[in-house]
Structure formats: C-alpha cells, structure tokens
Design a protein around this ligand. Structure first.
Ligand code: FAD
Ligand code: NAP
Ligand code: SF4
Length: 674
C-alpha cells in the first residue's frame, strides 16, 4: 500500500535518536499526574497512545519545585522516589514502541497557592494569589531546580524534557515586559529578560549530555498587552537553539489572553504561518500546534511550510489510534477532536480528571473497556442522537447485532443542529465518524422510521435514546406566527426577520444568537477571524494585539432570560468567555430578570423583576424559543406493558443539563455492559 501521508509518516532523525513519524502528542494535564496512586492509569493512558502510533508523547506539566506547583500538592518531579515511580510510565510507552518527554512546568504567577513566585510581584488577572518576586538567588535556585528535574526525568527513563516557556507561565513571565519589571540582570533589556529561559536550556543541556531531547516550548504570540515583540521572539528562538535545544515547540496565547487560541471557532491551522516563520530562522525542527486535527491538513502543513513536526494534544484524547488509522488510509475512522473543551480543559480548570466528550475512555482506559462479547445479542437502539450513536457503535464493535432506528432521515439528533452553528462546523466530523463506524460494524441503520413498542419486541436488549424535544413555555401568544422553535430557526424552516428576540440564554440561546447575527456564509476565514478578535500578525505589534474590528451583525438580537444576573454563567469554563465576548461584539442586547408578558402583532411584551417593572415592547419580527427541553420517553411505558425492560439513556433519561458529553458517556458505558 502506498503511504497516504508521506511527509507526516516519515521518520525524523534528530542525530542521536529518530522519531518514527512527525506526530507529537502535545502536553495536557489530565489530573492523573498529581497522585502516586494514579500512576498505573496514567501509564495505561500513555501506552494506548503509543500503541496508536504517535511519534513523540509529551506528559502534562511537572513542577521543578514547590513554588512552581500549579496547585497545592500538584504534579512535581523532585526526587529519585518520584523518578522511580515514573519508570512505570516510561516503560509502558517504550514497550509500545513510543517515545516520551516529561514537561517541566513552573506555573509562576498562575500558581493557585500562596507560595507562588514570578519575575515581579504582579498578580495575574485570572488568579487571586499575588506572587512574590523571585530574588536573584531565587532565580539561580530555580535554574538548578529545572536542571535537577531534567536529570530526574533522565533517571526515570524519559527520552527528554519539554521546558515550558509559553502560555504565560513563569518563563514567559520573565520574557514579557508586561510581567517583568526587574532591574537586575534578569529584567529590563530584552537580553536580560530572556536570560532565564536561555540559561535553563543551556545548563540543562550541559547536565543531561548530548543524547537527550531538550524541547523548548516557545511563545510565538503572547496575545497580551506589552507582551514580547517579534524581534525578541526570533532572538529567543536563536539563543535557545544555540543553548542546546533539540526542538522548538510552538505556543500561542497566555491563559489570561482574550484572543481564543484553541476553541472550535478558531480557524483550522490558524497559527501555522507563525511557526513556519520561526522555522526559517533556526536549524532545529519546529513543531506546529493548535487547531490541527486531521492527517490531510497536517500533511499539507508539512508540505507547504517550514515546520517539521505537528503537535496535537486533544486529538489524541479523542482518538488514541489516530496515527495508525492515518497510516492504514482509514482517516474517515478518526474520531476527530471538535475542540469543544467540554471534558478536557473544562475539567482540568475545575480540577476534575480529564477525559473526552467523544471518547469517554480517555483517562479511564483501565476502567471502561469495550471487550469483545462472549454472547452475541440482538440490540435495538431507538434514537440516533449522540447517546444512541455511541451505544450502537460500541455495542456493535463488541460483536453485538445492532439495529439503530431514527425518526429523522439523518443521524445526529440535536447534534445535527449544533453543527449548523457558525464556529461549530467541525461538529460535522463527528457525524462523519459515526456514519463511517456504523457501516464498519455493520449496524442495521433504519432512518425515517418512528418506531413504536410493537416493532421492538423480539430484541434481546432495547435501548431508548429518544432524546429531547424543545420546551414551548406557556407565554400568552406563543402560537403567534412570529414565534419559532429553535429547530425551525436553525433549519431555516421559516425566514427570520431583521429584529429578533431569543427567549432563553442557555447554551442553545447563545448559539442561536450567534447564528442569527452571523451572515449567510458563516465560516470565518483567518483574516476575518483575526479582525474579529484583534489578533495581529506578531511582527505588526508587540504582544500580537491590535484593535478588534468585528463584522457588523446580520440582525439586531435581544437575548433574554428570567434569572437575575449576567448571562452565560453555565457555559463552559474555558469557552464561555469566547461566546460571551462574541455576542457582545455582535451587539446582542442581553436582558436578564425578564418576565414574558405576551406576544402579539406589536412584538414581545416584557417587564422586569418580581414587581413587573419597566414594561416595554420589543418590536421584533420574530421570537425564537430556546427555553430548554423535555425528555421524549413515551415508548417506555408501552414497552414495559409488553414485558420489555428498556435501558433509558441520554436526554430520554434526564433532559435537564443534558449535553453530548453525558449522552455519549452513558451510551458507551451501557454498551460496555451489554
Ligand atoms: P437527541 O440528540 O435528542 O437524539 C434523539 C434522537 O431520537 C432524535 O434523532 C430523534 O429523532 C430520535 N427519536 C425520538 N423518538 C424516536 C422514535 N420513537 N423512533 C425513532 N427515533 C426517535 N451539546 C454539547 O455537548 N456541546 C455543544 O456544543 C452543543 N451544542 C448544541 C447546539 C445546539 C444548537 C443544540 C440544539 C444542541 C447542542 N448540544 C450541545 C446538545 C446536544 O446536541 C444534546 O445534548 C444531545 O444531542 C442529546 O443527545 P441524545 O442522544 O440524548 O438525544
Ligand atoms: P439550558 O442551558 O437549560 O437553558 C435553557 C434556558 O431556557 C435557560 O436560560 C432558562 O433560563 C430558560 N428557560 C427554561 N425554562 C423556561 C420557561 N419555562 N420559560 C422561559 N424560559 C425558560 O438549555 P439549552 O440552552 O436548551 O441547552 C441544552 C443543553 O445543550 C445544555 O444543557 C447545554 O449543556 C447543551 N449545549 C451546550 C453548548 C456548549 O457550547 N457547550 C451549546 C449549546 C447547548 P431562565 O430560567 O433564566 O429564563
Ligand atoms: Fe476534543 Fe472536546 Fe474531546 Fe476535548 S472533550 S479532546 S476538545 S472533543
């Protein structure tokens, strides 16, 4: 068979060692790093990715000293005892033919504890703890700690280390004038500001010898005021290379930055040109990263630019077999990361164990096992939304004979609407993945069939994944022709006018507002996306920031909720701010504490608060209802009365706070037990 991705799958000779392909699994904190008791789980998690063919794996961040902990008692590599424990991880990866680096991460002022330290005593806007400024001696000790950490990584059997110099952590804090106000040899001039990272690389190389990978993660665009200039970044890249780095990995945006860099609305490969520009200036390989998730795109980047490796972090969570599938020319089977952050970064930020919305086995490899079944059963799954799709594919993969019914002519359920929202186009990949896997595992898919209980008798197992239906609240005038349900608005069943009120400011209310304020061709190209967020090309401005110039909204939208206070508080931890900022830029008028009095030819009549104050009419052309959903489970009683005991999952089980994460997790867990 010819190699479908000749560049991506070609080895890279680093002189003293060879990477078997150009795919790097970028660093991600999983929550399994922090406690010794989770080492076995972490080893299984990495081993599965190594088995899946990844050329180089990078662990989550380990602090080189306690000041650098991300959280109290977070992951650290401080002693030979720690190193011994890590041998289980490195052995598991090496047994599968993989290579692995330990990431050394000092959190600096992002440390969520009172011991934190930084270049200067400046509090980060996203952290309540004010760091102390490291003394000159403290800086020297920090260098020693990085070096010791690298030596311990070597003792533990790692193939190298990644020194974390981006995302606004300690080394980045020394590099940027915004956070480094020092006047000693570690601050002031650009040369002094870069002295700490360069010294760390130099002394690490001296200590570990020539045959050990030293990868430096460099911030190529800080996206903060008074961040680094382009000249400073290029100079840093050159000096880090001279100091002995083997690789330069790319980082974009500090955690406090207000330019999104990883969410699904960021255009694919948005930052590749920046990495390529640096790659032209150095001899060592540069790794591209962020918003790359499929082999074709990765291959194209390697063909068109100067980067030599592609880092993907979340795509390896959603599909550990990514590289093997690419190599076997089965890219359509890749469970493509949709950059939703819902089970990975959103979990990490609230200190929950990381997993994946699409692959609930991620991080749970030892617990959620889809073993081949010993007894083949016939399984009827009603509903081809995320819950039903996950059940059907996983049950069929285990060897059961599965029939999947859906009343619609297409699969996806509510998810089919999600993929039509501007910025969520990548959700299409999930539909493509499930379509491919249903065919691969020979699931009998019957679309356009609203099944009743009578068709479901005779199966060994019946799964009700019948999902949800939109709630239509009892507002006087709700039957007025100007009122649309959210499916009607999303599918364009009826034309929507230029002034619209959206009732309900949950995830769907936000998404529908985004849709209504966006022009016909929703996909932003890179230029428009940069303008919307004020992302400059790094050579244009220090910190890579400029004034945002969002496109004018396609409609005037009012987004309403009954609850008091700001809207969107329940949106994702790491994505909610993007949705809120996006609607603000589109001029969406957000009203809270609203009473819906009635709907008539004049529009939507509202008042505010318990006392029904400030009555007003929103003279809108349409009202779109996004007021939550109710479970669809009428089949359950009919089945029970026939002696069938169905499994009820997803939205059919509980509609409140339903999302695709819960639906897919329940479907997969059920399939593992059938
Ligand atoms: P559903 O998706 O409702 O699927 C149920 C299926 O059952 C339907 O296809 C229906 O036709 C079928 N069915 C019902 N009764 C029968 C019957 N008798 N016979 C045959 N078929 C039947 N979630 C996220 O996690 N992240 C997001 O970013 C996100 N964005 C969203 C954006 C929008 C605009 C919308 C509408 C939803 C979004 N969601 C998101 C929510 C997510 O899509 C739902 O939580 C998820 O689809 C629920 O899955 P489910 O399988 O339980 O039910
Ligand atoms: P939701 O988040 O529960 O929001 C429903 C909204 O409707 C609430 O804002 C509620 O606000 C309002 N509401 C409820 N009952 C009402 C009534 N009787 N009359 C008027 N208003 C009423 O649900 P959703 O927006 O429908 O989203 C469904 C699920 O999809 C969510 O749980 C979410 O997790 C998921 N989703 C996620 C994303 C994402 O980006 N992660 C995007 C879309 C959807 P008040 O009570 O304040 O009026
Ligand atoms: Fe990707 Fe979402 Fe899975 Fe995270 S949870 S790995 S962003 S699909």
């Amino acid at each position: 068979m010819t190699n479908p991705y000749p560049k991506l799958l070609s080895p890279l000779d680093l002189g003293f060692t060879t990477l078997k392909n150009r795919v790097v699994m970028g660093s991600m904190h999983t929550g399994l790093e922090d406690r010794a008791r989770d080492t076995g789980r972490l080893a299984a998690y990495f081993a599965e990715r190594a088995r899946g063919g990844v050329g180089l794996i990078i662990t989550g961040g380990y602090a080189p000293n306690r000041t650098g902990w991300l959280l109290p008692f977070a992951a650290e590599m401080l002693s030979s005892g720690d190193a011994r424990r890590h041998r289980r991880i490195t052995a598991a990866v090496h047994d599968e033919g993989g290579k692995i680096l330990l990431q050394v991460l000092h959190a600096g002022r992002y440390a969520y504890h009172p011991l934190s330290a930084s270049a200067s005593a400046l509090k980060a806007p996203i952290n309540p703890f004010r760091p102390r400024a490291l003394s000159s001696r403290g800086v020297e000790e920090t260098i020693d700690d990085f070096v010791r950490c690298a030596l311990l990584a070597q003792e533990a059997g790692y193939d190298g280390v990644e020194i974390m110099g981006s995302e606004g952590y300690l080394l980045n804090q020394f590099l940027a004038p915004a956070t480094n106000r020092r006047t000693d040899r570690w601050g002031g001039s650009a040369r002094n500001r870069r002295r700490l990272p360069v010294e760390i690389v130099r002394r690490t190389r001296e200590a570990v010898g020539a045959d050990f990978i030293v990868d430096y993660r460099i911030s190529l665009a800080d996206y903060v005021e008074n961040g680094q200039s382009w000249d400073e970044i290029l100079r840093l890249a050159t000096e880090v290379e001279e100091a002995g780095a083997t690789l330069l990995n790319s980082g974009f945006g500090w955690h406090e930055a207000r330019v999104p860099t990883i969410v699904t609305s960021v255009p694919s490969g948005a930052f590749v040109d920046i990495s390529s520009a640096v790659a032209e200036q150095v001899q060592i390989p540069v790794v591209a990263s962020n918003r790359i998730n499929m082999p074709e795109a990765a291959e194209q980047i390697l063909a068109d630019t100067h980067v030599q490796l592609i880092s993907m972090a979340r795509p390896m969570l959603s599909d550990p077999d990514w590289v093997n599938k690419a190599a076997a020319d089965r890219a359509a089977e890749i469970n493509t990361c949709i950059a939703c952050n819902q089970a990975c970064l959103d979990h990490a930020f609230v200190h929950k164990k990381v997993s994946c919305l699409l692959n609930p086995r991620a991080g749970h490899e030892t617990r959620l096992v889809l073993a081949p079944t010993r007894v083949t059963r016939t399984v009827a799954v009603v509903g081809a939304g995320p819950a039903g799709l996950a059940t059907a594919v996983s049950a069929a993969e285990r060897g059961h004979r599965v029939t999947l019914f859906d009343a619609n002519e297409h699969i996806g359920g509510q998810f089919d609407m999600a993929r039509r929202i501007p910025g969520k186009e990548e959700f299409n990949e999930t539909i493509r993945y499930f379509t491919t896997m249903l065919a691969k595992y020979d699931v009998d898919v019957r679309l356009g069939v609203r099944v009743g209980a009578e068709e479901l008798t005779g199966f060994d197992e019946v799964v009700l994944a019948t999902g949800v239906t939109p709630r239509m609240p009892a507002i006087p005038g709700i039957e007025h022709p100007m009122v649309l349900s959210y499916p009607e608005a999303i599918y364009g069943v009826r034309e929507v006018g230029k002034r619209v009120a959206v009732i309900g400011a949950g995830g769907i209310g936000f998404d529908v507002s985004e849709l209504l304020t966006t022009d016909e061709s929703p996909t932003l190209n890179l230029k428009e996306w940069k303008a919307e967020w004020g992302a400059a090309d790094p050579p244009e401005a220090r910190g890579a920031l400029t004034a945002p110039l969002p496109a004018p909204p396609a409609r005037e939208v009012f987004l309403l909720q009954r609850t008091k206070g700001p809207q969107g508080r329940r949106l994702g931890k790491t994505t909610g701010w993007v949705h809120r900022a996006s609607l603000k830029a589109k001029g969406v008028q957000q009203l809270s504490e609203v009473n819906y009095e009635r709907i008539d030819d004049d529009g939507l009549h509202i008042s505010f608060g318990e006392k029904r104050q400030r009555p007003r009419v929103l003279a809108v052309d349409n009202v779109v209802i996004c007021a939550g959903q109710e479970s669809v489970r009428e089949l359950e009683d009919a089945l029970r009365s026939r002696g069938v005991r169905p499994h009820v999952i997803g939205g059919a089980a509980i509609a409140a706070e339903l999302d695709a994460k819960r639906a897919i997790k329940q479907g997969t867990e059920l399939a593992a037990q059938l």
